[in-house]
Design a protein around this ligand. Structure first.
Ligand code: SF4
Length: 303
């Protein structure tokens, strides 16, 4: 197993669409590690791995793939925000992967808005030329009040700046929004502003996940203190409808939409903006048959 060969520090997370990718660590943990709802990397101390560690693991992995006669077409740089690593570190890893994995088509990672804005257009272009060309960005919400309360570290408009900067450099972008993040208190502006930012950012991929308050996180305490009131299934569906409805305004974009994260109880997919009406028909049907005041009970340990 590849997991026995390279140095992976659990827990490991990846987007659903990276299920068949070779998961590779350039960084450990998250350089931000402050979002109030996020429990993913709280147990890890952030660090960037050295070129020597990275090179040694890539060589071990490529020898393993050669032995089994199967090379991955995609690599995903795991943990919270691998794009914060120095450009030289990222390019060194990309070049070595391209040289040792025949048939490699794409390298991707999670990135924060700050990571993107800190890189120059030339650095991003160089990465894209070396197949590091897809960034998954947690938009979470387009509403600045919500973003501030959850300590996201950026505004909605900065998400747009980051997406357009990446696009200009030859990258694809995938935005993830969190249904229910602002609670009942901010639901209306959360939906309006999330649609607005997605329309302005023109991502190649857009997806939802449903907010789960994980015990031990600041967000769990924010719920207990009444900063945010959790949404019922029906209210989550109404947010889904309202955000999707606002995406009719997506211009000059073909955005693949998925709501297939494990936290979603209502999986849905399509292409935006052309499928918006079809998707709304499905969501409206779900809303009409959904009882009031039934709340999700996601197991936070299986997210
Ligand atoms: S930036 Fe991402 S990984 Fe880091 S704390 Fe926020 S949500 Fe979690």
């Amino acid at each position: 197993m590849i997991f026995d060969i390279i140095d992976l520090e659990p827990p490991i997370y990846r987007p659903p669409s990276e299920a068949k990718s070779f998961l590779f660590p350039i960084t450990i943990g998250c350089s931000h590690n402050k979002c109030s709802f996020c429990a993913m990397y709280r147990s890890k101390t952030f660090r960037v791995r050295s070129n020597a560690e990275v090179d040694s693991d890539i060589d071990k992995a490529s020898a393993y793939f050669k032995k089994v006669g199967l090379f991955p077409e995609k690599v995903f740089f795991i943990d919270g925000d691998a794009l914060c690593a120095p450009t030289d570190t990222l390019l060194n890893a990309c070049k070595r992967l391209n040289n040792t994995l025949p048939g490699l088509k794409q390298i991707s990672l999670y990135a924060t808005v700050k990571n993107v804005l800190e890189k120059s257009p030339e650095e991003l272009k160089k990465m894209a030329e070396n197949r590091l060309s897809l960034a998954y960005i947690g938009l979470e919400s387009g509403c600045d009040t919500v973003l501030k309360k959850v300590a996201k570290g950026n505004t909605g408009d900065e998400v747009t700046l980051a997406c357009l900067k990446l696009k200009e450099a030859g990258w694809k972008t995938s935005l993830i929004a969190m249904l229910g993040l602002g609670g009942r208190e901010h639901s209306a502006t959360h939906c309006e502003e999330t649609s607005r930012i997605v329309c302005a950012s023109r991502p190649d991929f857009f997806s939802f996940l449903s907010t789960t308050a994980v015990p031990g996180t600041p967000y769990f305490n924010q719920i207990k203190k009444g900063v945010f009131t959790p949404l019922s299934y029906k209210e989550l569906l109404i947010e889904m409808r309202n955000i999707l409805g606002g995406l009719k305004g997506l211009k000059d974009a073909t955005t693949i939409f998925r709501a297939n994260h494990v936290s979603n109880h209502f999986p849905l997919s399509g292409t935006l903006p052309q499928d918006v009406d079809k998707l709304l028909e499905v969501v409206n049907h779900w809303i009409s048959s959904c009882p009031d005041d039934v709340f999700p009970d996601n197991n936070p340990y299986f997210l």
